[in-house]
Ligand binder design. Structure first.
Ligand code: SAH
Length: 237
């Protein structure tokens, strides 16, 4: 995990040998389970360190983790970005939301093997969980990486954030248009777009972005709409 260690240091995250060992364990579980369920197309040892682990940690510098935050990762898949952040910042309270039951099974395995505390795994759709009062407007931060278009994400992420909290969306490629289209959905859900921050990962030339949306008002009860609707009929400007 040398590549990860170096890259993390550049993000001002110093990983201990215990944490590096947890990443190593996570890598081998990913490879093992990937033979049975479709978790990732990236399997090379070096590539996983950069494209999954470091990319997840790239959120690190823009959050103040000393505050003991309650975080939800929506559509976490094999655990990105939530699990790398939990390994690096063990004090966070983490909820991993994933629609595919088999993937949720993998997440359980990782949490148990790595002995990570204060992690809840929720197998289900965001559109449903967001109407459960246990989760609605309860989180300081909602995260999501590679899940849907920004208008749909605004609808499924913002309901989870408390007023005063924020959403951070990880995106790749040309996103200018997508951001403009999302403005209506963001406002309707009680959000305010505060910035789009360019991210660069060492050794990778592609464009990566963090879209930051503050929750400034409660989300109307009618949102999100029923499962599938935010993506099928996105609210666009
Ligand atoms: N965030 C991970 C996975 C991306 S793939 C990563 O960056 O690698 C998108 C994942 O989101 C899939 O596992 C899919 O099952 C899940 N997903 C998509 N829409 C969802 C929804 N509405 N609610 C919960 N999970 C969802």
């Amino acid at each position: 995990m040398e590549r990860l260690k170096k890259g993390a240091k550049e993000l001002r995250i110093n990983l201990t040998s215990l944490q590096l060992e947890q990443f190593e364990q996570y890598y081998w579980l990913l490879i093992d389970w990937n033979q049975r369920i479709n978790l990732t197309s990236i399997t090379d040892y070096e590539e996983v360190q950069v494209k999954h682990f470091l990319d997840s940690l790239s959120i690190g510098p823009i959050i103040d983790f000393s505050r003991g935050l309650d975080i939800i990762d929506i559509g976490t898949g094999a655990g990105f970005p939530g699990i790398p952040l939990k390994i690096a910042f063990p004090d966070i309270q983490l909820t991993l939301l994933e629609a595919t039951v088999k993937k949720a099974g993998f997440l359980e395995k990782v949490i148990n093997e790595l002995a990570l505390k204060n992690v809840e795994i929720l197998a289900g759709r965001a559109e449903t969980a967001a109407h459960d009062e246990k989760y609605r407007e309860k989180f300081d931060i909602a995260l999501s990486r590679a899940v849907a278009g920004l208008p749909a994400l605004a609808e499924i992420m913002l309901p989870f954030c408390r007023v005063g909290g924020e959403c951070i969306v990880q995106k790749k490629g040309d996103i200018e248009e997508e951001v403009a289209w999302a403005e209506k959905a963001i406002t309707l859900m009680g959000g305010k777009l505060v910035g789009v921050k360019a991210m660069k990962l060492k050794g990778l030339d592609d464009k990566r972005w963090l879209v930051i949306i503050d929750k400034v008002k409660p989300t109307p009860d009618t949102y999100p709409r029923r499962p599938g609707m935010p993506e099928k009929r996105p609210i666009i400007s």
